[in-house]
Design a protein around this ligand. Structure first.
Ligand code: ADP
Ligand code: ADP
Length: 226
């Protein structure tokens, strides 16, 4: 059973823009997968459909066999999403942000508190857990996004340009955490428009351009071609 199977996914927005023109791809369990493409290629649209934030026009995707269009809430329980923008409440504390996210999944409070401690610890945020998030450094805010996405212990972690606009040191520390999460068994998909970033981290890659997959191969084979 693949971690993700996307079949002929299409999305036309209300303004007539065809953001996805029949996208199909497969991501195997345990993979560290890159979705590479320029701005406007359709990456965020694809991720939006997988995480139930955008409705597909046609086609479907299955996460561990669960349809994201027909079994939305079950599929969402298997997915952790790290959006590109920092979208937590800066006045809330990291601990509360994580516990509230768990509440969104109906996770009991005691389990939520344990998990929040675990992931805030792993992401080196535990000593900041009770401070308003706006006090965190840029790198810490990025790591908080990852901790929050881990609260449902997703089998598939999707990161949308997680290191966009962050400096190299913060990038490295994020890569380290994401690699650790992948080694621990979580399938990871990351979107980026830097081949360099994908090259350092990912085993397999799909390249998307103008709403179509134009390449889907292993990183090794892609690099050998270039
Ligand atoms: P990427 O994440 O690769 O930059 P997007 O999925 O954001 O690409 O965008 C793909 C195309 O869809 C672009 O032409 C973009 O302008 C368009 N688009 C994205 N979101 C919307 C929307 N909500 N309404 C209309 N068009 C959109
Ligand atoms: P609303 O129902 O109020 O529109 P959203 O659907 O935007 O709320 O989601 C509420 C919270 O859950 C937000 O913090 C959002 O980032 C997060 N979220 C949404 N979808 C997912 C997902 N698939 N995995 C993890 N977090 C998600």
């Amino acid at each position: 059973l693949p971690a993700l199977e996307v079949r002929d996914l299409r999305k036309t927005y209300a303004n007539g823009v065809e953001a996805l023109k029949g996208v199909s791809l497969t991501v195997q369990q345990g993979d560290f997968f890159a979705l590479l493409g320029p701005n406007g290629a359709g990456k965020s649209t694809l991720i939006g459909i997988l995480s139930s934030l955008v409705n597909a026009s046609s086609g479907d995707a299955e996460v561990f066999g669960i349809s994201v269009t027909r079994q939305r809430s079950a599929a969402m329980r298997l997915i952790g999403l790290v959006p590109q923008e920092l979208n937590f409440n800066m006045f809330e504390k990291p601990l509360d942000i994580c516990i509230n996210q768990a509440g969104f999944y109906g996770i009991p409070r005691r389990v939520a508190a344990e998990r929040a401690e675990k992931y805030l610890n792993e992401l080196r945020l535990w000593d900041k857990a009770e401070q308003p998030s706006r006090m965190l450094s840029g790198g810490m805010k990025r790591r908080l996004m990852i901790a929050r996405a881990m609260m449902n212990e997703p089998k598939l972690l999707i990161l949308d340009e997680p290191t966009a606009g962050v400096d190299i040191e913060i990038r490295r520390s994020m890569w380290q955490f994401i690699t650790g999460i992948n080694r621990a068994g979580t399938t990871v998909i990351l979107t980026t428009h830097y081949l360099e970033e994908a090259e350092q981290l990912c085993r397999n890659i799909a390249i998307i351009d103008k709403g179509r997959i134009i390449e889907n191969t292993s990183m090794k084979r892609l690099l050998a071609k270039l």
